[in-house]
Design a protein around this ligand. Structure first.
Ligand SMILES: Cc1cc2nc3c(=O)[nH]c(=O)nc-3n(C[C@H](O)[C@H](O)[C@H](O)COP(=O)(O)OP(=O)(O)OC[C@H]3O[C@@H](n4cnc5c(N)ncnc54)[C@H](O)[C@@H]3O)c2cc1C
Length: 484
């Protein structure tokens, strides 16, 4: 059983090591945000972090943060974004079953959140970087990171780039968390490292009033007067939980996580009665079309048929490929469109004709040829009636030799991240089976279910969610009346 941890009773606790108004479990992006907000609202805060330093997976990330609605960077780069356009995009990309209230809250609070991040010392250059989907190689900030200018979203909401990268060259996660941890250090809050929280403590009234942790092999108990915020990462590194909840992700070679993503935060919340949400979903990136020009090729499934507009965000492609095409997809390019992708992937098959490739790769006779014939016909007219690929990506594939990249999940460049976790309310309160808050218990970041629901809106949405809803959780916990 992967979902049980103990729950300890307050009356059994003989001695508390220390106490605070708010205890935050884990010091990644969500934990830092929750701790700072709780502290700013007057609470005495104690952060418990199992590693020897803060940062978590956030410090290993690309550092893109999904923000919109008219941030100063968007304005400087000439994007006319509004909270309503951001809302429309997030609702569409999160379907089915989007969390409308959270999406509304985030859309309306996104510009303020940008200013809050800057006030913490996270700088953003007022600039746009044209290559979409991932963090810029320069210190430029803004990228299209969720296929906002691609079908079908371009017709649903006015396209705007929303992936904001803190001002540093290349991957920005380490720099982002360095800024956040420095902001934590400027506040009068306490952080204890090398303390692994294992269990929550509940009182007779069902309120969470503390945590039991392990430090240097010994059990230590901490008391929380107002609340405990679980910001201990997701479960992508827990094989058993992945197999139980999102087995498709088990086939993905690269897990976007670190050691701390072992699901303990989620399991502690579940043991306290927290409901789990969207555990069967994941973010899955299939990074074969970086640079984006490679989207001029054609993705096919095992039936030799197209299944998506290849120019879109590789996260949308990865989710479609893994969850709906069984992880059995290939990318066909010709001499004109071929170049080495970001991963340096070698073609699995090369042939002078599509028929040759089709036979070598073992597709049923004629299917790949029919796909390419139909695609070339519409591409020559500048149209993609099936998936709406943009005109500049529509080049008939008619320059041999042809190359087929193996993008099956076992060999292709996939990476994945869990998005399911504890179900939370608008203030980060962990919800029980009745939909009511568990008193004293909060969660944010990947310990909670991602607010955008089933889709993964775009690169940057996890850090956006962790920081935005982390702050709300910390702030709400701080506002509770002290217990005892
Ligand atoms: C290579 C890579 C690139 C990525 N790029 C991006 C990107 O550009 N934009 C984006 O939005 N997302 C990105 N992600 C995903 C993103 O990094 C994570 O989803 C996000 O950082 C989660 O933040 P968090 O605060 O919930 O967790 P974390 O940052 O992992 O923080 C959790 C903390 O809790 C601690 N902890 C765990 N268990 C316990 C315990 N029991 N007791 C005490 N402490 C505990 C951990 O040590 C850790 O410090 C990327 C991920 C990877 C791996």
């Amino acid at each position: 059983m992967t979902l049980t941890t103990d729950l300890r009773l307050a009356e059994e606790m003989r001695q508390y090591e220390a106490e605070a108004d708010v205890i935050v479990v884990g010091l990644g992006c969500a934990g830092a945000s929750a701790a700072m907000q709780a502290c700013d609202e007057g609470a005495e805060v104690l952060v418990l972090e199992r590693a020897g330093g803060g940062g978590g997976t956030s410090a290993n990330s690309g550092g893109l943060i999904y923000l919109g609605g008219g941030t100063p960077v968007q304005q400087a780069a000439g994007f006319d974004d509004t909270p309503e356009e951001l809302f429309k995009f997030l609702m569409a990309v999160s379907a089915p079953g989007p969390d409308e209230l959270k999406i509304r809250l985030f859309s309306e609070g996104s510009v303020d959140h940008f200013h809050w991040l800057e006030a913490q010392g996270v700088p953003f250059k007022r600039s746009f970087f044209p290559e979409p989907s991932m963090e810029s190689s320069t210190d430029d900030c803004l990228v299209f990171s969720g296929g906002e200018n691609c079908a079908p979203f371009d017709l649903i909401a006015r396209p705007a780039a929303r992936g904001h990268k803190p001002m540093t060259e290349g991957k920005a996660g380490p720099f982002f968390m360095q800024c956040m941890l420095a902001a934590v250090a400027r506040r009068p809050l306490r952080v204890e490292y090398d303390v692994c929280v294992e269990t929550l403590v509940r009182d007779r009234d069902g309120r969470i009033v503390g945590v039991v942790a392990r430090r240097a092999g010994h059990e230590v108990v901490f008391r929380a007067r107002r609340g405990v915020v679980l910001t201990a990462g997701g479960f992508v590194m827990n094989e058993e939980m992945v197999a139980d909840h999102v087995p498709q992700l088990g086939r993905v070679g690269t897990r976007s996580g670190t050691e701390g993503d072992d699901g303990r935060g989620i399991r502690m919340g579940a043991a306290a009665g927290g409901v789990l949400l969207r555990m069967e979903h994941a973010e899955v990136a299939l990074a074969a079309t970086i640079p984006n020009r490679l989207g001029r090729g054609v993705y096919v499934n095992e039936h030799g048929m197209r299944f998506i507009n290849e120019d879109t965000y590789y996260g949308h492609i990865g989710i479609e490929a893994l969850f709906r095409q069984g992880g059995r997809v290939w990318l066909l390019l010709d001499d004109l469109t071929f170049e080495r992708n970001f991963m340096g992937q070698e073609p699995a098959f090369v042939g002078e004709t599509v028929a040759e490739i089709e036979a070598e790769a073992g597709f049923a006779e004629g299917v790949l040829q029919a796909t390419v014939e139909q695609y070339n016909l519409s591409a020559s007219r500048g149209e993609d009636p099936l998936f709406g690929k943009r005109a500049e990506f529509l080049v008939p594939l008619e320059s041999p030799p042809y190359a087929l990249l193996d993008c099956t999940v076992e060999t292709g460049p996939y990476s994945g991240l869990t998005v399911g976790g504890l179900s939370t309310g608008l203030h980060g309160e962990v919800l029980d089976i009745e939909g009511g808050p568990i008193p004293g218990l909060y969660a944010a970041g990947r310990t909670a279910a991602l607010f955008t629901g089933r889709g993964y809106a775009g690169s940057g949405i996890s850090l956006a969610d962790a920081s935005f809803f982390g702050r709300r959780a910390g702030g709400h916990a701080a506002a509770q009346s002290s217990k005892g």
